[in-house]
Design a protein around this ligand. Structure first.
Ligand SMILES: [Zn+2]
Length: 50
């Protein structure tokens, strides 16, 4: 969990296109920008440093 619960909720709904790095809804099947099906979920623990 991050400090900002709202941000976590938003981030977890985002998918990033592996091709053009556009942000898409995590429910999207294809990138809205380039149509690529290769997407990855934006992980909320990606910035966590310990
Ligand atoms: Zn794309």
């Amino acid at each position: 969990m991050g400090k900002f619960a709202e941000a976590d909720a938003v981030i977890s709904k985002i998918a990033i296109c592996r091709k053009c790095k556009a942000r898409n809804k995590s429910t999207a099947k294809k990138c809205r920008k380039c149509g690529s099906i290769y997407m990855r979920p934006k992980r909320k623990d990606i910035r966590v440093k310990k």
